[in-house]
Design a protein around this ligand. Sequence first.
Ligand code: HEC
Length: 117
Amino acid sequence: MRLILFLLPVFLLAKENWFITKLEYGKMLYHNPRGISCAKCHGENAQGKVIARYYITKNNQKILKTIKAPDITNIDFDTFQKKLFHKKLSIMPKYNYLTPQEISAIYLYIQSLRNKK
Ligand code: HEC
């Protein structure tokens, strides 16, 4: 983890001469976007997952509630980008420091996961 953070500037400088592909770069960023990993909430394959389960009591009945991060493999690029720069989503953090190159690499990687369902 630390090693990846340490190497990140090296990857960025090496842009002229990629020694990792854009897809690999996207994968790395998906797991380590200089913030909370997307995979933690959206899952390894970006297909969404339950982040938390809790109970509420209503009329003396226990009701199970879940908080989910949605599937993000079927989303167009515009929406994708907007969501990363959102003003107000309930749970997901903002990633407005990501550069256009980083965003397009993450998007490319997520698109590649679409076929893995
Ligand atoms: C802490 C959990 C969490 C993390 C980390 C997270 N997300 Fe999310 N994401 C959510 C939740 C929950 C939603 C649903 C909207 C809401 O309520 O916040 C969401 C919504 C989205 C959407 C919009 C989906 C739609 O159908 O509108 C996209 C795109 C997205 N996330 C991409 C990402 C990417 C890319 C990363 C990493 C850079 C990331 N998310 C990190 C929890 C997370």
